[in-house]
Structure formats: C-alpha cells, structure tokens
Design a protein around this ligand. Structure first.
Ligand code: ZN
Length: 301
C-alpha cells in the first residue's frame, strides 16, 4: 500500500538551518490525471507542486502562496497555489507538450520550460475579506529544471541560501501507460548565523544523498528523506501534516459566478449555447448549466 502524502518540517544546528521534506506521489498522480498531461509535463508540474508545498511549509492560517512560472518553452507556464492546510492545486498552459529524455536519461523538463521568469506571491486574509497587500518576488529562471529555480529564488529574492531537490519518477505499466510511481522533494534553508562547518557538512551530505524519488519508491517517509540528506547532522522535527491536491471550486460556486453575469450576456448564452459551461483552470473540473437552470437564474432577477 502506497503511503499517504505528507510534509515534515524541522530545524537543525540551533535553528540556523530549516529543513522540510515531502512525499507527494498521490497528489502529483492526481494532478497529472486531472490535466491529462504528458510524462514530461507531469514531471514539470509535479516538481512545482512539491516545491510550492515545501516553500509554503511555514504558512499560517489564512495565508496563500502562489508560484508562477512564465516561460518561453512550449509548456508556456505553470501556476501552483497552496495554503496552510497543506492543500495544493495547479495547472500548466499546454498540458500535451512533450520532450524526449535528456543526456542523463531523465525527462527533459528544461526542454519544455526554457527561459522565463519565476514569480512568488504571498497573500493573507483573502478568504475572509481581510486582504493585505501581497508580497511579490521574482527572479529569472536559471535552469528550467524547477528545483534549481526554487533554490535560486530563495537565495536571490529572500536571501536564504537553499538546497532544493524535487523529483517525479514515471514508470510504464504492463499496458504501456506511464504513471507517477513516486514524487516528492526536500528543501534545506540556511538562515543567518549558520556556521561554515555546518553548511559545508550539509553540502557534502546532500550531494551524497540518493535521489528523493528512489528513496520514496522504496517506501521512505519525509523524515527518512531528511535523515538521508542531513547525514550526521541531527534535526528536530517541528511538525508533520498531510498534503493533498484540493480545489475549492464547486457546482454552487459555478452557479453563483454565472448568476453574477449581466442579463444581456445570460440571455445570449441561453439563446445561442442553450446553457453555460464553466471550466476550472486549476483542477480542470467542468460545470454545466442547462437551459432550464439558466432560465431559473434569469427569472430570479
Ligand atoms: Zn477547481
């Protein structure tokens, strides 16, 4: 039985190192299935979903974090959003694009991402109307492989030197269908005051650590992943939470959105389309209102 998706965060070296790791196999598989993506896009979207969850591991209630990659490669872009409950959702502009394997025999994510920008938005209070000015940071993409881009963002924009590993392992079933066999990642952030010896030890142990997805496919938990990455360095686990793909859209919300459209447009939808169709970008759910439902909305005006 495949383990549940979860995220662990902790500190080491007297609080001068923050570390987090996540197993995200199920949620990446769900995102890949919802958006009917190619294997290369599954890797790009899965890495971004995991990286965003890790970046959001210290979010407080009512906080929302959005990572957006806008790129010139055929993928076009990736948008992922997460909250303090460990819920994450995301989509790409062109789910069908694909590339072969790169020189390392891995899915060539860089080939579909290419050059572009990496944006992070931190907001709070949106859901209850207590909305404060969002924090926004951006850096150019330095790699297109996603993990390095998260690390570069943290180092440049938030002044937190970081090591980031993100992985999605795709396998082929007996029927020849590719599926997400393992997904997850880790993030190690060096805070001010960390001593050089600790940093050097972390760099050495991270470089020796096995691939995150190799560990996960053998059943490793987020805590195991942190042990593998931190080696001798002990860490204190501060929290653990379940993480999942979740989108707050619903049929009721779709109806209320359609109810807010002006009368002339509703009448033309009724005349020309005999109904209304709404698609949620984030989770690719489609909501349909038939003729009678649209007439009902109009007559309630
Ligand atoms: Zn949705």
């Amino acid at each position: 039985m495949e383990q549940a998706d979860r995220l662990v965060h902790g500190t080491a070296a007297g609080g001068t190192v923050r570390c987090m790791a996540a197993v995200t196999t199920r949620l990446v598989a769900e995102a890949a299935e919802r958006h009917a993506v190619s294997p290369t896009v599954a890797a790009a979207l899965g890495r971004t979903l995991t990286g965003t969850l890790l970046l959001g591991s210290s979010l407080k209630e009512l906080d929302r974090l959005t990572v957006q990659i806008v790129c010139e490669g055929p993928l076009g872009g990736i948008t992922v959003e997460t909250n303090a409950r460990g819920e994450v959702r995301g989509y790409v502009r062109h789910p069908e694009v694909a590339a072969g394997l790169n020189a390392d025999g891995k899915l060539d994510v860089r080939a579909i991402v290419g050059e572009g920008m990496f944006y992070v938005t931190r907001e709070s209070g949106y859901d209850i109307g207590l909305y404060t000015d969002p924090y926004r940071g951006s850096v150019p993409l330095v790699s297109g492989e996603i993990a390095e881009d998260f690390a570069y963002y943290l180092t440049k924009s938030e002044q937190i030197p970081s090591a980031v590993m993100l992985g999605v392992l795709m396998r082929a079933s007996d029927e020849g269908e590719t599926y997400v066999a393992a997904a997850g990642g880790l993030m190690i952030q060096i805070m001010p005051g960390a001593d050089e010896k600790t940093v050097a030890a972390i760099e050495a142990s991270v470089s020796r650590a096995p691939h995150t997805t190799a560990l996960i496919s053998e059943g490793a938990s987020p805590t195991d992943i942190l042990h593998a990455a931190l080696g001798e360095l002990e860490f204190e686990q501060l929290g653990e939470r379940l993480v999942s793909f979740a989108c707050p859209c619903s049929y009721e919300r779709a109806v209320s959105l359609i109810s807010s459209i002006d009368r002339a447009e509703l009448e033309s939808m009724l005349r020309e389309d005999k109904g209304a169709v709404m698609n949620c970008h984030f989770c690719n759910e489609t909501y349909r209102l038939d003729e009678a439902q649209l007439e009902g909305i109009l007559s309630e005006r």
